[in-house]
Design a protein around this ligand. Structure first.
Ligand SMILES: Nc1ncnc2c1ncn2[C@@H]1O[C@H](COP(=O)(O)OP(=O)(O)OP(=O)(O)O)[C@@H](O)[C@H]1O
Ligand SMILES: [Mg+2]
Length: 471
């Protein structure tokens, strides 16, 4: 933009500065576009210079038209509107109408001038209709400037005057140019702001919908799983009794079939329990009641339980390190769930003849309990994935020739341990080299026991009336 030097230039800049404050004072799109068409006439009193109507038009990329957006609030504008055969906002010029002066200004990015309104209204209004509007407004000259934001033409401004073009001074033209640049900026800011606002509202709504759906999902999983557990437990009991307590000798085939029913049902029960646990964790319905826990006793109980149910057939040796261990500060039930899963995994992935060792370490503040096995191990690449939901490594299952497992156990364990202010980590030298899972927990010091209440985790939301489930 060329500005004349000297006092005229200062005047133009002062006027622009004054007007910029009016246009840029709000980000609301509707306000901005109205300020744009009124400020020049009323703030700078361009009415005195013969300016009567200012119209802002903007390109609508959806309908591929140039739409009239705002119109200054002057008497002449009202007269033109009253005379118009088509209401102001419905005058939409197709961008393909290249003989319309507005479209020409937009395409050539160069200001234009006319004293013949049909140039501005074709093909929407007939020549007679456009001329009727012009005579109602008493306009002699219209100047058109392209509105540009970020190098892109977004519309055009029409300045209509009751004087001849030869009476428009150079200073006025400079001001109109500078003013149009300002309008570009204001339109860009306000439409960015409006779209940001619209996006924020949409995001908020989407978020609300997601929350509702998430709750529905949680409720569905809780209810479906809970309903499934009762019949499945019955199937398991009857299958077990048919195998062990029927009093009738079974044929080999029948025994094989019932054994399969038992195994499959157990797998299903585990899956449902896992899903219930995940749903409780994710909907904040887990309660943690920490207290002082004797880790050696806990480990002994778990070994007894697992040994009794599974290890005989697997012939895996259990070793518990003989060393003094401080008591841990944890929820005993939740800790039991964690270790049942860790030991269950070690058993699953350690072939017969292997060993599972429990080791302990403490620095006085925290205590580590490690479950060390001599099983199939974990590759370095896979070690990071284990604690994700549904992370079943095919390599472990293939190497251990075992089946079953959902890949939820470690995800649940990690969440439970973290709710107890602890950590769980995995170490493995690689495939075939065994695995070590270490759980670190706070030591149950007198200090921490005194503040036990602060470490309690209460279930959020209403309780579902479901009893806790074991993994
Ligand atoms: N001791 C281990 N040795 C080798 N791989 C292991 C060991 N523990 C876990 N993994 C690997 O980590 C995966 C995830 O374990 P996680 O306990 O989460 O699932 P899972 O035992 O397969 O199924 P789930 O516990 O839900 O019944 C396992 O599928 C297995 O690939
Ligand atoms: Mg597991």
């Amino acid at each position: 933009m060329f500005f004349p030097a000297g006092p005229k230039r200062t005047e133009t800049l002062t006027a622009l500065w004054k007007i910029s404050k009016v246009i840029l004072n709000t980000l609301d799109f509707n306000h901005v576009v109205q300020n744009v068409v009124d400020s020049l006439l009323f703030e700078l009193n361009y009415l005195k210079r013969g300016y009567r109507i200012i119209v802002l038009t903007l390109i609508d990329e959806k309908s591929w038209t140039l739409r009239r957006i705002s119109l200054s609030q002057t008497e002449e504008a009202q007269k033109a509107q009253a005379a118009s055969a088509v209401p102001f906002h419905q005058i939409e010029i197709p961008l393909t109408a290249v003989d319309n002066l507005l479209i020409k200004v937009i395409n050539e990015r160069k200001a234009g001038v006319t004293s013949y309104w049909p140039d501005l209204f074709k093909p929407v209004l007939t020549v007679e209709q456009a001329l009727a509007n012009q005579s109602a407004a008493g306009v002699k000259t219209s100047l058109i400037y392209p509105v540009i934001t970020r190098e892109k033409v977004v519309g055009a401004l029409i300045f209509s005057l009751i004087k001849d073009i030869k009476d428009v001074t150079e200073e006025e033209q400079d001001l109109l140019g500078g003013f149009t640049d300002l309008v570009g900026l204001a339109v860009q800011n306000s439409s960015l702001y409006s779209s940001l606002q619209a996006t924020t509202i949409q995001l908020k709504e989407a978020n609300e919908r997601l929350k509702v759906m998430d709750k529905l999902k949680d409720d569905f999983v809780s209810i479906a799983s809970h309903e499934l557990r009762t019949p499945m437990t019955a199937i398991r009991s009857y299958a077990w009794m048919a195998l062990h307590r029927s009093g009738t000798p079974l044929s080999q085939t029948l025994e094989k079939y019932i054994t399969r029913i038992l195994i499959s049902t157990e797998r299903l029960i585990n899956l449902v329990n896992d899903m219930l646990n995940v749903s409780r964790i994710e909907s904040g319905k887990v309660e943690i009641n920490p207290e002082s826990v004797d880790l050696k006793l806990l480990v002994k109980d778990i070994v007894d339980e697992v040994y009794f149910s599974k290890s005989e057939e697997k012939r895996v040796e259990f070793v518990v390190a003989e060393k003094p261990v401080p008591k841990a500060f944890a929820d005993p039930e939740k800790l039991r769930q964690v270790f049942l899963n860790l030991v269950g995994n070690s058993l699953k992935f350690t072939p017969a003849g292997g060993r599972i060792t429990f080791d302990f370490f403490s620095d006085g503040h925290t205590v580590d309990i490690s479950v060390i096995d001599t099983g199939v191990g974990i590759s370095k690449d896979d070690a990071g994935k284990l604690f994700n939901k549904f992370s079943r490594l095919d390599s472990s299952y293939t190497a251990a020739a075992t089946s079953g497992g959902t890949g939820l156990g470690l995800y649940i364990s990690k969440n439970l341990v973290e709710l107890m202010h602890g950590q769980i980590k995995v170490y493995s030298e690689g495939l075939g080299k065994g695995a070590t899972f270490t759980v670190t927990l706070p030591v149950a010091s007198a200090e921490i026991l005194e503040k036990a209440d602060q470490y309690r985790v209460k279930a959020q939301g209403e309780a579902k009336g479901l009893e806790p489930v074991a993994i």
